[in-house]
Design a protein around this ligand. Structure first.
Ligand code: IPD
Ligand code: CA
Ligand code: CA
Length: 261
């Protein structure tokens, strides 16, 4: 199943990179405020679904652009192009994210960065890899010197004030905070030690599913803002090594509004 997912991700990567040469000629549609989609997102998603469906016709799908397709106990969770806004601007940070869930448990994960030809993979119980080499989260003892990833709540203003307080609480204690614009890659970077931690409000399951398994298999910890594991439901996530996760949670917790808990 992992090999099929890798083939699907690489084929989608080819579609995306071919389109990147002609990005000015794409038709761009607005889904909701600040949320763009192009025919590239749709073509890449269709390619991924076709490849997986031809091998596993019974499996279901939850894909960003085409939504839910019912099936058996296996569900593929797909973001065909994470970082669409970056892609449209030629800002070179975007990826394809594919995860497989079986009876609500994540089983495998693929995040593919077509620009750098970096393939992040994980299988439950089998560890996490970058281009076939094992990866681990970092193990700092404090926030001092850490590099933390995040995403801004740019689609709706309702959580912005709380987010800015979280940001203020963390920024001075770390070496820096990065907002690169593709949550799946941010999570893959935590798994591979390029980032020490990550938090974001209001993500969708397809932004997170593959990255969650990668971090778990790389020795990291994730929770939602209630210190529970309902991040796929709430969209709110804090991730890092056990120590960094705990320190980030401590900094974020005092600023949670009721709707974020
Ligand atoms: C977006 C990116 C971004 C995150 C947004 C997502 P998309 O995904 O992951 O980093 O902040 O919340 O919607 O729309 O480019 O697939
Ligand atoms: Ca996304
Ligand atoms: Ca997307």
């Amino acid at each position: 199943m992992l090999n099929i997912a890798i083939r699907a991700a690489r084929n989608a990567g080819e579609i995306i990179q071919r389109a990147a040469e002609n990005v000015n000629h794409l038709t761009i549609n607005l889904k909701t405020k600040n949320d763009y989609v192009t025919e590239v997102d749709q073509m890449a998603e269709q390619e991924i679904i076709n490849i997986i469906h031809s091998s596993f016709p019974e499996h279901g799908f939850l894909a960003e652009e085409s939504g839910k397709q019912p099936g058996n106990d296996y569900i593929w969770i797909i973001d065909p192009l994470d970082g669409t806004t970056n892609f449209l601007h030629g800002f070179p940070v975007y990826a394809i994210s594919i995860a497989l869930q079986h009876k609500n448990k994540l089983q495998l994960a693929v995040i593919y960065d077509p620009l750098r030809d970096e393939l992040f993979t994980a299988e439950r119980g089998g560890g996490a890899m970058l281009n076939n080499r094992k990866i681990r989260v970092t193990q700092p003892n404090s926030l001092k010197g850490t590099l933390i990833g995040t995403g801004f709540p740019f689609k709706s203003k309702k959580d912005l004030a709380a987010y800015l307080k979280m940001f203020a609480a963390l920024v001075g204690d770390t070496a820096g905070i990065r907002r690169a614009g593709a949550a799946a890659l941010d999570l893959a970077y935590v798994a591979s030690g390029r980032l020490d931690g990550f938090w974001e409000i209001g993500l969708q399951p397809w932004d997170m599913a593959a990255g969650i398994l990668l971090i778990q298999e790389a020795g990291g910890v994730l929770t939602d803002f209630s210190f529970k594991d309902r991040y796929l439901q709430s969209g709110n996530i804090i991730a890092g090594s056990p120590k960094i996760h705990q320190l980030m949670y401590k900094a974020i917790e005092p600023h949670l509004t009721d709707n974020l808990k």
